[in-house]
Design a protein. Structure first.
Length: 310
């Protein structure tokens, strides 16, 4: 486990625990509930990017009916002998690269998955690599009938492709005073963020708004059309809105943006985005949920944590 320390405060590199049991033990340490407690932050760095702030401002979580997220690493980037594929060290794609995709779903739905409906994996079956997946595809049911899908592979093609997340909203009725009372205007929105994880290198947000004018009496479609646009936000000034006054430079990596908020919290200043201990535990519950559905099982709890529990 790697960490950035500032005195008693710790910024943990993701993933810093193996399963939800370890996460609960870590974030419920007595030291964290005392006055002037240490600041502990999980290192999901990508969600601190201006591009993430922008995409989340373009949708309302309760309006999202479907979301999917994908990430692929080239086959040559992470070898089999890497610690990423050591079962005893909480190895596997789902808890490594795939955790970004799972986190993206939780953020955009603004809720926790009720069930992992299905999960398919490809992985190793020998030695210390046994039960370590290098590719997965999973489907989830979220509250109100929403569906989320996540997939990632650490054995992709030779060329690095951008990670992505796409959301689609339910139909929303838009007030239009120019229409007769027996007609209504409805909208659905599809938003895709390309460059989900390392958006400083390159990213783009594509927005497609679908509009329909229909008769309220029989739901007959009178007119329909599409409006498309693309945006980028390498700084919070480009993200605009409530974010326009936040600091940052186009060359700031996601780690630098996260460090900014970490320092703000340590110094008692306002943080515009934060990952609470409860959030980190919920993320690990989702990872465990996927591993359980896959048949590989959650990553093993360390003997030290078992001793602390007892």
């Amino acid at each position: 486990m790697k960490a950035i320390r500032a005195g008693k405060h710790v910024l943990l590199e993701k993933p810093s625990v193996a399963n939800a049991i370890e996460a609960q033990v870590l974030f419920n340490l007595p030291e964290l509930s005392q006055p002037n407690a240490p600041v502990l932050l999980e290192g999901y760095h990508s969600q601190f990017l201006p591009s993430w702030a922008l995409i989340r401002s373009l949708i309302e979580p309760q309006d999202v009916i479907y979301a999917s997220s994908n990430a692929v690493l080239p086959w040559w980037l992470v070898g089999k002998e890497s610690s990423a594929f050591s079962y005893d060290l909480a190895g596997g794609n789902i808890i490594s690269l795939g955790t970004y995709n799972l986190c993206a779903l939780r953020l955009l739905f603004g809720s926790e998955p009720e069930e992992c409906i299905e999960c398919e994996t490809k992985g190793y079956t020998d030695g210390i690599h046994d039960k370590c997946d290098w590719e997965f595809r999973a489907k989830f049911r979220f509250p109100n009938g929403a569906i989320g899908e996540a997939s990632s592979s650490m054995k992709g093609g030779t060329i690095l492709k951008p990670s992505s997340v796409t959301t689609i909203t339910w139909e929303v009725v838009i007030f239009d005073e120019t229409l007769p009372t027996f007609q209504e205007r409805v909208q659905t929105r599809e938003v895709t963020l390309w460059g989900l994880i390392h958006g400083t290198i390159w990213h783009r947000i594509d927005v497609t708004d679908n509009f329909i004018i229909r008769d309220r009496r029989d739901q007959r479609v009178i007119r329909k059309w599409q409006e498309k646009s693309s945006r980028k936000a390498y700084t919070f000034q480009e993200a605009g809105g409530e974010f326009v006054d936040l600091p940052g430079e186009p060359y700031w990596l996601s780690f630098r943006h996260q460090l900014e908020q970490f320092v703000n919290r340590v110094k008692g200043r306002r943080t515009v985005h934060w990952i609470s201990g409860e959030d980190s535990v919920a993320q690990m519950r989702m990872i465990d949920m996927v591993y359980e559905k896959s048949g590989l099982g959650p990553r093993p709890t360390s003997a030290y944590v078992e001793a602390v529990k007892s």
